[in-house]
Ligand binder design. Structure first.
Ligand code: SF4
Length: 378
């Protein structure tokens, strides 16, 4: 991937039901007008590509949501083929096509169809292999459906099959979490995304004041996860992402963390091209009427540098020391800069930050405290 790769995210804002922890924009009621939606996405995509004032040699697609697998696979495949053909005709190479799939939705024939249309990576929203935990989360699939979905996706020879898992689920225990991890390993997947459950505003968990998972117990689960992922050959490359080899890392997501350009298609999707950030209105109704209202923000050099440091510190490669130094010199007062330097040294002594000649990166213990460390450095 070069810095001349364009990331393209397509948001599919439909869910059959709302999971209890989810704050993403999606609708669950009314009739799902997929055909109309797909036509709007195509036209939005063409407009966005024409508005770009830079040329790109390659692109990645990521179709997420919501639930892309609510769309019948034949319609989704046609959309994917359309988008790819459009770029190939403009000499842009497609280097990755990822689609998020809900376990209960697709059969092996659907996966085969997606593979044929150019999809390279399937990301399955499993979250847990424990039926009680799935019920608590409000997921509409069960453990058996999760097994079947992973097995079927693996049979179709995608470059990568990834599963999303969660820790810190109410009533989750070290045993149930380790079973979930072991089940994932035994199936033979090559990529894992593991997130700690957070109680976000606007979710059912938040509204119902579900108690936060005990912090110490969550740390135990985290340590268990580090041990088991490494024992089974998964290498962490970002706070929440683990791959069994270089070739399985998410190129699309690495593109974000390297601060390369991306466009977002669909309600609530965000584009950042150079210093211009555009956020689509979170309204499917308006989107279907062809009203593409976006809020536009021009990012300042300070914001861009701040984001470059913050995003790169999410990865195990970390950030360049010169960037942090530049930020201190240009945007911090003498006392703030001094404090940031002292904090950096403290974090290093505590084993939260590590350094080599040119880079600074967080340790596994540091990743756990990412949200606390960042404001103390920049
Ligand atoms: S977690 Fe996924 S499936 Fe569940 S409501 Fe959110 S977007 Fe929909």
């Amino acid at each position: 991937m070069s810095n001349n790769t364009l990331g393209i995210y397509i948001h599919v804002p439909y869910c059959i039901s709302k999971c209890n922890y989810c704050s993403f924009y999606s609708i669950t009621e009314g009739t799902f007008f997929f055909t109309n939606y797909i036509e709007q996405v195509k036209s939005d995509f063409i407009t966005e590509i024409h508005e770009l004032n830079k040329s790109y040699t390659s692109a990645t697609f990521y179709i997420g949501g919501g639930t892309p697998s609510n769309i019948p696979s034949n319609e989704l495949s046609c959309l994917i083929e359309f988008l790819q053909t459009y770029l190939i005709q403009r000499n842009i190479e497609i280097i990755e096509v990822t689609i998020e799939v809900n376990p209960a939705d697709y059969s092996i024939e659907d996966f085969q169809r997606l593979k044929k249309s150019g999809v390279t990576k399937i990301s399955l929203g499993i979250q847990s292999f424990d039926n009680d935990e799935l019920t608590i989360l409000g997921r509409r699939h069960n453990s058996q459906e999760a097994f079947i979905a992973v097995e079927q996706a693996l049979q179709c020879d995608f470059t990568c099959v990834s599963v999303d898992l969660m820790y810190g689920i109410p009533r989750q225990t070290p045993t149930s979490f380790s079973e979930t991890l072991k089940n994932s390993f035994s199936l033979g997947i090559n990529h894992l995304s593991i997130y700690e459950l957070t109680l976000e505003e606007g979710t059912s968990f938040y509204d119902n004041k579900i108690a936060k998972y005990d912090e110490e117990k969550a740390i135990n689960l985290y340590q268990q996860m580090l041990l088991l992922t490494s024992k089974h050959g998964f290498k962490r490359y970002e706070i929440s992402n683990y791959a069994k080899g270089e070739e399985y890392k998410s190129i699309h997501n690495l593109n974000y963390w390297k601060q390369n350009d991306y466009i977002g298609i669909g309600p609530s999707a965000v584009s950042t091209v150079g210093n211009r950030r555009a956020t689509h209105q979170s309204s499917l109704k308006s989107y279907l009427k062809g009203e593409r209202s976006k809020s536009i923000e021009e990012l300042t050099p300070q914001q861009l540098l701040f984001e470059a440091i913050m995003l790169s510190l999410r990865t195990t490669t970390g950030t360049e020391k010169v960037l942090l130094e530049e930020y201190r010199q240009k945007y911090m007062s003498i006392s703030e800069s001094k404090e940031s330097t002292i904090n950096q040294e403290l974090f290093r002594e505590k084993g939260l930050l590590q350094e080599n000649k040119s880079m600074i990166f967080l340790s596994n213990e540091g990743f756990l405290l990412y949200n606390e460390i960042i404001p103390k450095l920049i």
